[in-house]
Design a protein around this ligand. Structure first.
Ligand code: ADP
Length: 439
């Protein structure tokens, strides 16, 4: 029987005076799985992660992580987990190495052990060349990698990632996905992540939980969720929704090929059996009722259709604030003045240089070669709308389920992680110390 890495039952968190941020939420994540929490802003995703990672208390329910109850064994829980919050915890005025040393000391690790881990993690995250540089010279992607490396310093079994790729461009998002995927596949790390990027949830996770109003609305594999939407998705956009458009909706619903519908402002999402064949008949219904259609699109259902069904809005409308340049954030209200700009704005050029190095390392990586079909992501500039369509490398299958993944270890693993690397991993210090590491 597979053990549960995370078991949340009836979790309720009320912020004073009466804001139910999380409301009797249940969630179970098996060891070695990645689960993505999807939900609109304010749905309760971050609060769930904060409660599960001992960062805030809660009013009702129970949370058990890696076998430890957060209420009664919070120290053991903290040893078992790594947390990467939305707001980075790293210090821009220290080097990458100094940040990791600091983190290691916070976990009371021994100096030699910290040094070993820095070596392993810097190499794993391809930060070797910049680990002794100030973080202020890092690109956004490098900072996120350092963030995750810091969270892994003490060899946790469970990793919480709150919007790990928020604000990163498509190339850096893909680089981070590669690392997250590898951490799960190769080291069996259980990962709970929140995200606004559907393709991130779709391709990276074994299970997706859609959260709204502090409750889990549905949990399943990405494929099962998409298959739960019957028919093709036809989205009809109107300039205005008047009585002709409502009449069209009324009569459209009576057609046998219409399997479901959702309104979203002036957009009507229709789920249509054999959409390609029936779109003409649907247009005839629109013409009969003199409905003014400004746009119509036909596609296979995506996770966004599932999201729409359970939350009433498209995830594309729930963008998170992607934040400001680090030095503006750091300097607070006065951050955008000439003084800070002249001092730290200059570091943008260092970041660009670091990014160019990263670009090269990404292009040379097996993962990019195996998954990118020769696309040059380094110079690729796509807007967000397009990135929603096809950011996962074409031809790349969604990750297999745990069992498939085990069965396919030979084929899948050999692409990126051969037997000799697996042996190296079995024998390396990180793995050997995994359970016996001193506190
Ligand atoms: P999400 O991560 O899904 O955007 P959050 O967990 O951050 O949602 O927030 C859930 C709800 O709780 C929101 O309505 C938010 O405004 C509210 N909330 C979050 N943190 C606090 C707080 N410290 N005090 C009061 N309300 C809060």
């Amino acid at each position: 029987m597979t053990n549960l890495a995370i078991q949340i039952k009836g979790l309720t968190k009320i912020y004073p005076p009466d804001k139910r941020a999380v409301d009797t939420l249940d969630l179970e994540i098996k060891e070695g799985e990645i689960m993505a929490l999807l939900g609109p802003n304010g749905a309760g995703k971050s609060t769930t992660i904060r409660a599960a990672s001992t960062l805030c208390g809660f009013d009702e329910g129970s949370v058990v992580i890696a076998g430890f109850d957060v209420d009664t064994h919070s120290i053991e829980v903290r040893q078992a987990i790594g947390v990467v919050a939305q707001q980075t915890g790293i210090d821009y005025f220290l080097t990458g190495r100094e940040n990791m040393v600091l983190q290691g000391h916070l976990y009371r690790m021994k100096k030699a052990d910290i040094n070993d881990r820095i070596k392993e993690l810097a190499s794993y995250f391809e930060l070797n060349g910049s680990i002794d540089n100030l973080v202020s010279t890092y690109s956004g992607g490098m900072r996120r990698k350092l963030d995750i490396a810091c969270a892994l310093i003490h060899r946790p079994k469970v990793l919480f990632l709150d919007e790990p790729t928020l604000g990163l461009d498509i190339k850096n998002r893909k680089i981070l996905w590669k690392h997250i995927d590898k951490l799960n596949k190769e080291f069996g790390l259980t990962i709970l992540l929140t995200t606004h990027y559907l393709e991130e949830a779709d391709n990276l996770s074994h299970q997706v939980a859609i959260i709204n109003n502090g409750k889990v609305q549905v949990v399943d594999t990405p494929d099962a969720l998409k298959n739960s939407i019957h028919g093709d998705s036809i989205t009809v956009t109107f300039d205005d929704v008047g009585k002709n458009e409502q009449a069209f909706f009324h009569f459209a619903q009576q057609q046998s090929y219409i399997k479901g519908s959702t309104w979203e402002d002036n957009k009507l999402h229709l789920y249509v059996e054999d959409g390609g064949a029936n779109v003409a008949a649907l247009m005839a219904v629109a013409a009969d009722n003199k409905a003014q259609i400004s746009n119509l699109s036909l596609s296979r259902p995506t996770l966004d259709d599932v999201f729409l069904k359970y939350t009433g809005s498209s995830i594309l409308d729930t963008k998170e604030d992607e934040g400001d340049e680090w030095w503006k954030q750091w300097a607070g209200k006065g951050g955008n003045t000439g003084k800070w700009k002249s001092q730290w704005g200059a570091s943008d050029s260092d970041a660009k240089e670091a990014e160019a190095d990263e670009d090269q390392s990404w292009k040379n990586s097996d993962w990019a070669k195996n998954n990118d079909n020769g696309e040059n992501l380094g110079t690729q500039k796509r807007d967000e709308a397009q990135s929603q369509q096809d950011v996962w490398p074409s031809g790349q299958q969604r990750r297999p389920g745990k069992e498939e993944s085990n069965n396919a270890a030979g084929e899948q693993g050999s692409q990126k992680w051969g037997q000799s690397q697996q042996d190296d991993w079995q024998n390396n210090e990180w793995n050997k110390n995994k359970d016996g590491g001193e506190k």
